[in-house]
Structure formats: structure tokens, C-alpha cells
Design a protein around this ligand. Structure first.
Ligand code: PLP
Length: 393
């Protein structure tokens, strides 16, 4: 079927999922993106009823929403009833942190998290600290890993929340979430365990039950769904405080007329995400790490445990300059989390890197459409920069 959006659809305008050269999308990927667009379009043009309405069109929209929730639950390995649609990962992280603190309010005021969480977790934690909560920030080692023993040692009888991401967004390292769940159980702690799995979903294998988490946060745009949709997993039986109050949608937990088009696109994105993507991306990352090692002076900061992220540094070269120069060559990398543009990243700072190394860090991420040619352009671009620019001492 010819999509009505055909002539407006330019996959290259979706650079968020392509940190390396967005210009080239293979036809298969373009077809997948088109499937998402068609799903969203159908929800907006044919299935445009309000899922809360009793008339047929509304009921059809409710039935479609149920299917979309089930599609996400199928990929996540949980029950559809355990999922709430949100607007983004930030919303889910904020909600989880605040609601978990509220849930444990009679048991204590101690929170454990890590120094390398996303700002979407760190900021609400900071706000709770300002209200009198004590916070323990687990520090990573030089490789970006957090020790489960440090978590065991930090747990206290008054700990009410442990928030630990599964894959770090700047280093690609895996954090010991399942071990954290075990530690909480062993200690008989009342703490709820929240996991920001925004970077992990469909990239590394896990289910919330395997991890043993109470709350888990996802974001659609990391798997090519449109921006504006996220998913919050809430373990069955956990009576969490609603994010909003209103008309009772999403089980009364996150009321508001449901984002049916975004949910349709998210379900389509889940269906289109192929099983061999992680292995393909991992292989390309290995190739990249080999090619980048040949760039004069380049240091590998993190190889990343997850298939799609690694971090390198050209010591003495300001990363903002590297990002700009590479961008001019059509290669898109970042100097850290996109949310911290222009400022040194707290994640790299937490590794205790030497100043010159910290100055030149780059986060490189790969998507299913990244190619060896992209990697060659990155390595070539960096080599050229080292020949034409002088590093700071
Ligand atoms: N958590 C992590 C690990 C992320 O990488 C991001 C976004 O990049 C977020 C949370 C925030 O998600 P969103 O952009 O959907 O608000």
C-alpha cells in the first residue's frame, strides 16, 4: 500500500537513532520506519476514536490500544496490565523516584542510586535530598562498572529506594540490577528497586521479573518509535501513587486521553525490531573499536558491555570541537548525554579520568543502519583532526 506520507517521508530526518552518519538508511530500515508511520497514521485517520468513549469508534480505539500494550509487553516479557504508557523516559524516571519515596515514607528516608544515572533520575533524587532524604551515590570504577558489594554495604534498614540503570547511556556498561534485587531480598530491606532500562530495551536481553525490579522505565524513541511515548513497568500488586489525577485512564495511574498514534507506532517499532540487530550492532562496534585504536593518541574509555555504545577520548582535544568537526564530515557522535550539551558530563567525570582525557571524550553509538563506511568516516575524521590541530597539553 502506498503511504499517504510517502512524499513527505524522509528517513534521513530521523537522526536521533543514528549517531553515525544519518544520511544512509538501508531500504529495509526505511520500510520499517514506514510501517511505524502507517500505524500512527491509521490510528489518527481511521482509528481516531477516544478509547474512553462508549461508541463503536471509541471502543475500536480501546481495543487497538490493548493490542499495542500487549505488543510491548510481549517484547518486554511481562503482563500487559503491568505497563502504563507515559510521554517519555524522563517522565517515567521522575515518577518512579518520587512515587517510590512516597511508598516508603513510613519506613525511612534513605535512597541509593549511582553517580552515573541519567539526569532524569538524578534530578528528582536531588529534589528529595533537598526535602531531607539521605542519598548514597554508588561510584563506578574506572571502567564504568558499579560493584554489587558496594550496594550491599550501602543498604540500610531505612532504605526505601534503590534506583539503578541497566545500561549506562554514555559508557554502554551494564549495571548489576539483578544482583541489587538479590541484595535487597537478602537484607530483608523494604526498598523498592527501580531500573531505568531506556538504553537496554531490545538491545540486551532481560525481563523485569528476571531482574527482580519493582519499577522499570522505557522510552520509545530509543527503538525508533516517535518521540512522545514512554512505558512504565509497575510490578503487579505494587500499589503506586498515580503520576497524575484525572479521568482514570491507564488504570487511574497516569490519566489523560491516551496517545493512541504514538502507542501504535511504538507497537510497530517493537514488531519491526529484529532479533539479530544486537549481534549486528555488536560486530560493528568491535570493528569500530579496532579502527579507532589506530587513530594516533586515541584512548578507549569504555568498550561498553551493551552492543550499541562505547566511549573513546582524544586527550587534549576539546570534545565539543571534535563533535563539530566530525559533524561537518557527516559523522554524528556526542560529547556525552545529549541532555548535557556544552557541559562536562557527570558520567565521564565520575570515572576519575585525567583532565586531558576527560576533555576529549566522545560517546559513540550504533544503530541497525550504521555501516562500516560510517565507522571509517569516524576514524578517518579523527585521524585528520590529529594531523591538522594541536592538542592542549
Ligand atoms: N534514561 C536514559 C538512560 C536515557 O538515555 C534517556 C534519554 O536519552 C532518558 C532516560 C530520558 O528519556 P527521554 O528522552 O525519553 O525523556
Amino acid at each position: 500500500m502506498d503511504s499517504p506520507l510517502k512524499h513527505h517521508f524522509d528517513p534521513a530526518e530521523r537522526p536521533d537513532c543514528l549517531d553515525v552518519s544519518p544520511e544512509r538508511l538501508n531500504p529495509m530500515t526505511a520500510a520499517q520506519l514506514e510501517r511505524e508511520l502507517e500505524a500512527a497514521l491509521e490510528a489518527m485517520t481511521e482509528g481516531y476514536g477516544n478509547p474512553s468513549s462508549g461508541y463503536a469508534l471509541g471502543q475500536a480505539a480501546a481495543a487497538a490500544l490493548k493490542e499495542h500494550r500487549a505488543a510491548v509487553a510481549g517484547r518486554l516479557g511481562c503482563a500487559p496490565e503491568e505497563l502504563v504508557f507515559t510521554s517519555c523516559g524522563t517522565e517515567g524516571d521522575n515518577w518512579a523516584v518520587r512515587a517510590a519515596a512516597d511508598y516508603g515514607r513510613r519506613k525511612g528516608r534513605h535512597i541509593i542510586t549511582t553517580a552515573i544515572e541519567h539526569a532524569a533520575v538524578l534530578e528528582p533524587v536531588k529534589a528529595l535530598a533537598a526535602q531531607g532524604y539521605e542519598v548514597t551515590y554508588l561510584k563506578p570504577d574506572r571502567s564504568g562498572h558499579v560493584s554489587p558489594d558496594a550496594l550491599r554495604a550501602a543498604l540500610r534498614p531505612d532504605t526505601v529506594l534503590v534506583s539503578m540503570m541497566l545500561v549506562n547511556n554514555e559508557l554502554g556498561t551494564l549495571l548489576p540490577v539483578a544482583e541489587a534485587a538479590q541484595a535487597i531480598r537478602d537484607a530483608g530491606s523494604p526498598a523498592l528497586l527501580h531500573c531505568d532500562a531506556v538504553q537496554a530495551f531490545l538491545k540486551v536481553p532481560f525481563t523485569p521479573a528476571e531482574l527482580g525490579v519493582d519499577l522499570l522505565t522505557l522510552s520509545g524513541h530509543k527503538i525508533r518509535a516517535p518521540k512522545g511515548i514512554g512505558v512504565q513497568y509497575i510490578r503487579r500488586g505494587l500499589n503506586l501513587k498515580p503520576l497524575l489525577t484525572g479521568g482514570g485512564q491507564e488504570g487511574g495511574l497516569r490519566p489523560g486521553t491516551e496517545p493512541t498514534a504514538q502507542a501504535a507506532a511504538l507497537a510497530a517499532a517493537c514488531a519491526a525490531w529484529e532479533g539479530d540487530y544486537p549481534a549486528r550492532i555488536q560486530e560493528l562496534k568491535e570493528y569500530a573499536l579496532g579502527s579507532l585504536s589506530a587513530v594516533p593518541g586515541l584512548e578507549i574509555v569504555s568498550r561498553g558491555d551493551a552492543p550499541h555504545i562505547c566511549a573513546v577520548s582524544l586527550p587534549g582535544y576539546p570534545s565539543e570541537m571534535l563533535v563539530r568537526e566530525l559533524s561537518d564530515r557527516g559523522v554524528y557522535v556526542s560529547s556525552g548525554s545529549a541532555c548535557h550539551r556544552g557541559k562536562p558530563s557527570h558520567v565521564f567525570a565520575a570515572l576519575g579520568l585525567p583532565k586531558r582525557t576527560l576533555m576529549g571524550v566522545l560517546r559513540v553509538s550504533f544503530s541497525p543502519e550504521s555501516t562500516r563506511a560510517d565507522v571509517d568516516a569516524l576514524a578517518g575524521g579523527l585521524t585528520e583532526i590529529t594531523k591538522t590541530r594541536i592538542a592542549a597539553r
